[in-house]
Design a protein around this ligand. Structure first.
Ligand SMILES: [Zn+2]
Length: 151
């Protein structure tokens, strides 16, 4: 069961934003400007309800900025899945240029090749995320401005 979140004033957004910043810094992304958007990752119904999109990242290719989107499902996922998801999205920030290049190439490739490339890209990002995850803290949902996360 997904616990819907208030996308306007839910205090979990501040906790998530601080967590993303902390993990990004630990991954060497201190110079990046990161925004945790309150918009969900999909504007349309999820194309694959069996495997819903938990998060998506959009990287600006002319500056060091990226926006991360999280679905309601993220907030009710187990803590280790939340950590893996944040790391996964931050690896997409690093690899944004490769994906941008592919987005140009895909215009000239068969759909099957596009699906294969994207599947392999996601598999690579997931494997790398699982290697990094044990060295990163879990999100502390009890943290807030008066009670900063334990690090
Ligand atoms: Zn991904």
């Amino acid at each position: 069961m997904t616990d819907p979140i208030n996308r306007e004033n839910d205090p979990r957004w501040a906790v998530l934003g601080a967590y993303v910043r902390d993990v990004a810094n630990r991954m060497g992304l201190q110079q990046w400007y990161l925004t945790v958007s309150r918009k969900p990752p999909n504007d349309t119904p999820d194309p694959d309800p069996e495997h819903p999109t938990i998060a998506a990242t959009f990287t600006c290719f002319q500056s060091i900025e990226a926006t991360l989107h999280f679905a309601d499902y993220f907030f009710s996922a187990p803590l280790d899945k939340q950590r893996l998801t944040v790391i996964h999205e931050l690896i997409h920030v690093i690899g944004g240029g490769t994906l941008a290049a592919w987005n140009k190439i895909r215009e000239f490739t068969p759909r099957q090749l596009d699906e294969w490339y994207i599947t392999e890209e996601e598999r690579f990002v997931d494997w790398l995320s699982s290697i990094i995850a044990p060295s990163m803290p879990l999100i502390d949902w009890t943290a807030d401005a008066d009670n900063p996360p334990r690090v």
